[in-house]
Design a protein around this ligand. Structure first.
Ligand code: THU
Length: 160
């Protein structure tokens, strides 16, 4: 028997102007995207922005549906768009933001489990760390790689 543990390292900032210009710009693009979310059921608008390896920025927001499970989170809308249109290009950075009752969320927006699984597979596919910026007006958390968000992820058993 063995006791084992995971340690997650991340950096916390208080303000947007503490981030690099590239990071701050990505957050702003995520905020813009959140404003255009289709969230009539939850009224919780999420925006995600991706910086691709070719320098392009792809954005996405949550898209809800009257058949609730048919909707999709902002992170996956953005990542699947990138996968469909730039299949060979890695994602170097992702920023996530949310707006509720017209205000930006104070605490950092932490992606749901399903999005974490998708983020880490995309990171593995791209063979490049995907920096993750979780934005809140009170604090901003930055993780060096998406894998840090999901210990013990699901993976298909390798065939023998
Ligand atoms: N949502 C996201 O877009 N990203 C997440 O990581 C968690 C939740 C969306 C789904 C739904 O449209 C709304 O937020 C409320 O759960």
């Amino acid at each position: 028997m063995k006791q084992r543990e995971f340690t997650i390292h991340f950096t916390e900032y208080e303000r947007l102007d503490e981030l690099s210009e590239q990071q701050a710009n990505l957050v702003k693009r995520a905020i813009d995207s959140a404003k255009h979310a289709y969230a009539p059921y939850s009224a919780y608008r999420v925006g995600a922005a991706l910086l691709l390896g070719n320098g392009e920025i792809v954005t996405g927001n949550n898209q809800e549906n009257a058949a609730y499970p048919s909707g999709l989170c902002a992170e996956r809308v953005a990542i699947f768009y990138a996968g469909a249109n730039y299949p060979e290009v890695p994602i170097n950075m992702i920023a996530v933001t949310a707006i509720q009752n017209g205000d930006l969320q104070e605490e950092p927006v932490s992606p749901c489990g399903g999005c974490r699984q998708v983020m880490l597979e995309k990171e593995n596919q791209g063979k490049t760390p995907m920096e993750v910026i979780l934005y809140g007006t009170k604090r901003i958390q930055v993780l060096k790689q998406a894998t840090d968000l999901l210990p013990l992820p699901f993976s298909l058993a390798s065939k023998h």
